[in-house]
Design a protein around this ligand. Structure first.
Ligand code: FA5
Length: 375
């Protein structure tokens, strides 16, 4: 078409009319297809803009013979008005549809619905049980003490009646620091520290982290938690100790826990006992966590050895006492049905943040592991 309108001498108005009609048909079908205002704006500039289809025709008016410029200009202007009308009509439709969608969205919005909850962290199982135990013992008149994780060899061993030549040292192999200090193997050194600090009578518990250089398996870590308990007074005896241990286990587990008491040897108590609880993972049937025994070693204890009382400056003629060393990490495993201790120190939080954790599902990241032969 542009060829036919640009040559002044060879103007054919029929061609121009046809070209205008074609442009209008294009605009009509494309504007129906335009699904949003932006697409329509592009269409508008392609049709009516300076470089657009009709715009290009308008520019050519001056090349027509003077007597034809009037009718050509009129035809183009009328076409422009019609095209603009088509585009404006479609724009109105699109705006109305957009407004409808917005008001529908507003109508659908229910401000009374609860918001979406962000996932929240929770206490680590060991911390949760530790705090629970602290509350139980505070009620029973105990104070909560702490001690250093890096201990002197004297406090970790000698003050507890374990001289360097004693075979009991082999039971608790540990990490030695070059200056001769040790990462404490148990919370028992705080027995000595507390006796020196407070004297008798005395009721303390000591939650804390302990370290051992030993093979790791489903129930053994090189880093784990214990809670030491120490009660020194007049006429303290083993029945007091067992009553206290049962109170502790029943309250943490929220049920009557089945325990068994058997003799145990620790140089810092005399007599020594082991209080085991029924394995929560298998219900006593036997599994890797309890080494197929159905029992978990949880609370070794005994009457404080006179040598330890003396080292702590306590008058053994007047006072006796009991002590225990609860395996806090193992108790947390029992409470939350965690069958592998490695979950608790691993960086994988998924098993720990499971909302079902508190209802006690069994968590088994390394199923099929068997425990080693040591306790
Ligand atoms: C002791 O550590 C004694 N100090 C406990 C004690 C205190 C006895 C006061 C008498 C009087 P034992 O080595 O058995 O004892 O450890 C105590 C508890 O800590 C164990 O029953 C067990 O539950 C836990 N435990 C020991 N080693 C580990 C380990 N490697 N990983 C996880 N838990 C452990």
């Amino acid at each position: 078409m542009s060829g036919s309108v640009s040559g002044v001498a060879s103007v054919n108005l029929g061609d121009l009319t046809e070209e205008i009609a074609r442009i209008e048909r294009d605009v009509e079908s494309n504007s129906r297809a335009a699904s949003d205002i932006d697409a329509l704006r592009t269409l508008e500039s392609k049709a009516l803009g300076k470089e657009g289809a009709l715009g290009a025709l308008l520019v050519t008016i001056k090349s027509y013979p003077p007597q034809q410029r009037g009718p050509v200009g009129r035809a183009l202007n009328e076409a422009k008005v019609r095209i603009q009308g088509v585009i404006d009509g479609r724009r109105k439709e699109l705006r109305a549809a957009h407004d409808d969608a917005e008001s529908q969205r507003a109508a659908d919005f229910d401000p009374t619905l609860p918001g979406r909850l962000e996932p929240m962290g929770a206490l680590h199982p060991v911390t949760a049980v530790q705090w629970e135990i602290e509350r139980i013992f505070e009620r029973l008149g105990f104070t909560v003490e702490t001690g250093p994780e890096l201990e002197t060899e004297h406090n970790n061993f000698e003050a507890l009646n374990i001289p360097s030549t004693h075979p009991a040292r082999d039971m608790q192999d540990t990490f030695w620091i070059k200056n001769g200090m040790v990462l404490r193997t148990h919370t028992s050194p705080v027995q000595y520290r507390s006796m020196r600090k407070f004297g008798a009578p005395l009721r303390v518990i000591v939650p804390g982290r302990c370290f051992r250089y030993e093979t790791i398996d489903a129930s053994h870590e090189n880093t784990f938690h214990q809670v030491e308990g120490l009660m020194i007074d007049h006429d303290i005896s083993i029945p007091n100790l067992i009553a206290m241990a049962k109170t502790l286990l029943n309250e943490v587990m929220k049920r009557e826990v089945e325990v068994r008491v058997r003799p145990g040897y620790f140089p810092f108590v005399e007599p020594g006992i082991e209080i085991d609880m029924n394995c929560e993972i298998c219900g006593g049937a036997g599994c890797a966590t309890c080494k197929q025994s159905g029992w978990i070693e949880i609370l070794p204890a005994g009457m404080v050895h006179p040598n330890v009382l003396k080292a702590g400056g306590i008058d053994t003629a007047e006072f006796t006492g009991f002590a225990f060393g609860l395996g806090l990490t193992r108790l947390a495993m029992m409470k939350y049905g965690i069958r592998d201790i490695r979950v608790l120190n691993s960086g994988d939080l998924r098993p720990l943040v499971s909302p079902r954790r508190l209802s006690g599902p069994v968590i088994a990241p390394h199923s099929g592991d068997s425990a080693s032969a040591h306790d």
